[in-house]
Design a protein around this ligand. Structure first.
Ligand SMILES: [Zn+2]
Length: 286
């Protein structure tokens, strides 16, 4: 013991609490990131698997005695590196595009090839699929590619809940390419349009609860309006562009000098400055 926290203590310390009697928020990374556990009469659905610290499955089994099924909001390292603790995980078909962000050796703090099921089965799910937990049905929707290429939304109509991954959040959404895949396509206008369409779709459900995976949960539905307005204000040339990111970890990323923060109301994104300037003030033409 040298007084420093271990990697497992940093990335694998979980704090659970209930937002309803059958819905757990599993908070980690000092309360800045979340997984979710949804219990039905027959099964429990774990949404996301964290960084791969290796201690998640036992922890989740301490919360529920139901068989656990597992899904990823998207295939990024802080959401799916722990998949290998489980025999099967449901993922979007887009996982392959975002795969290098998780599977590139040395890209995450843990050696995930040492997890119990490094060759776990990926079950592809998407738009229109329903995960039936027993008296609790979770509808699966494809998120349009904005933050990532592998996003799924989960809608629990019975409890008026939508789980939105990293596509909407209270602090800022990362809108630069995070896939680590040189073959991934990235068109800034498409990404912004998809962000707006995703928010409009989530809004159409009038959810009581919107559950992002970072920086505060649940969040008010008014954030959706602000993200919609953010996209419009970029095209209108009225959004605020700030060079100072004010984010300790993103500022450590080699990409940081190319990024800026763009704000409108409570909505904020990190995006490549040259790309956002290429559409800034260029009103949408249809
Ligand atoms: Zn992400």
């Amino acid at each position: 013991m040298n007084g420093q926290p271990s990697l497992e203590e940093i990335f694998g310390s979980y704090m659970p609490y209930k937002v309803t009697d059958d819905t757990w928020i599993i908070s980690f990374m000092n309360g800045t990131e979340y997984m979710y556990l949804l219990e039905g009469d027959e099964k429990a659905l774990l949404i996301d698997t964290g960084y791969g610290a290796g201690n998640l499955k036992n922890f989740v089994m301490s919360l529920t005695d139901k068989p656990i099924v597992v899904v990823n909001t998207h295939y990024h390292p802080d959401h799916s590196a722990g998949n290998g603790e489980f025999e099967e995980v449901m993922v979007s078909a887009g996982w392959e595009i975002d795969s290098p962000s998780v599977d590139m050796p040395g890209h995450i703090p843990f050696d995930i090839s040492k997890l119990p099921h490094p060759d776990y089965k990926k079950k592809i799910i998407g738009e229109g699929d329903v995960i039936d937990l027993g008296n609790r049905k979770i509808c699966v929707m494809d998120a349009k590619p904005a933050h990532c290429n592998s996003g799924l939304f989960f809608y629990d109509e019975s409890r008026s809940m939508v789980f939105v991954g990293d596509e909407v959040e209270a602090a800022q959404v990362n809108m630069f390419d995070n896939s680590c895949n040189p073959k991934a396509s990235y068109n800034v206008k498409d990404r912004l349009d998809c962000m707006k369409a995703n928010c409009e779709r989530i809004k159409s459900f009038h959810p009581k609860y919107i559950f992002p995976n970072h920086n505060g949960t649940p969040i008010a539905s008014g954030y959706l309006d602000d993200f919609i307005a953010l996209v419009d204000s970029i095209y209108a040339g009225t959004a605020t562009i700030e060079d100072k990111l004010n984010h300790k970890y993103i500022e450590m990323d080699p990409k940081a000098p190319t990024l800026c923060r763009v704000r409108e109301g409570r909505a904020s994104i990190f995006i490549k400055k040259d790309l956002v300037l290429s559409v800034y003030g260029k009103k949408e033409r249809r």
